[in-house]
Design a protein around this ligand. Sequence first.
Ligand code: SF4
Length: 349
Amino acid sequence: MTKPDIRHLNFEQLQNWITNQNLPKYRAEQIYHWLWLKNVASFDEMTDLPKSLRTLLSEQFEIKKIQTQSIQISKDKTIKCAIRLFDNNIVESVLIPTKDRATACVSSQVGCSLDCKFCATAQLKRKRNLDYQEIYQQVYFIKELAKEKYNLNLTNIVYMGMGEPLLNYNNVLKSIEMITSPKGLGMSPQRITVSTSGIAKMIVKLADDNVKFNLALSLHSAIEEKRQQIMSISTSNTLEMLANALNYFYQKTGTRPTLEYVMLYEFNDSIKDAQALVDFCRKVKSKVNLIEYNPVENSPFKKTTPERLNAFVEYLEKHRVIATVRRSRGQDIDAACGQLVNKNQLALS
Ligand code: SF4
């Protein structure tokens, strides 16, 4: 018979279990600490527990742990990790270091059910949602990697890896609850960004749940027909619905959403496209990130030229839209935005 995973007990449930064994309550604190703060893989590592309790725990529960399948290091120091999940499926997580910051980019689904035309993950069918601890453990793993390889503390987390996070809503929120909890990693929610392809009703739900983390929308075009050509989700989530949902999010949470805009050569990088973006920004209080496109196999898109990018940025600035240009990291190891597609898994699918 398979034993339950002990990390599926919340703190109260663990306390109840401890009380039912006639053990002192502080044992629950100790166990929780080992599980979430130390992320141990076995009960034997819980060295401040009596041997009898460790034996009892291992008879009744198991501890599941993700494994590293492989690691690739880019010449710009970005590290891409293939992570083997509890059922042997593989997702990718990325460590993006700078001089004084380390960002973890984590996956929320195995594959993706959406089909954004510029994204490599879209080539993998969605197999399943990640459990919240699988997401948490990716973050923990990247945190340790940042320390070990670059002596950096983990400063930021982005839910921009494989999958659409808002289609795995409960696990994503639960993982963030543990990442921000003092009983978990104790990180500030302002250091966390969840990126969505744009599911209006789920953005409204985030606002109603009064979340404290940042939200990014993959906009990529503020012209309806063009957006529909590259993101089929936008046929049922129009720009107007998204603008309303984002305004509601801002009004409820006080957090200004970010609009992500990947610059595709002669597709969405003209002055007409910039005009549409300015109009959208007039409707939605937001920040804009312009992202360099990363080549993906079999993609019809190319990255924009420096001249077109400059003209686009100048137009935005002239109309008082402040945009940050994000250079790509880890392109040589396919770790950059939109490039995550576990190549072994793709070959098998
Ligand atoms: S961009 Fe995100 S939502 Fe779209 S296919 Fe890729 S992983 Fe899925």
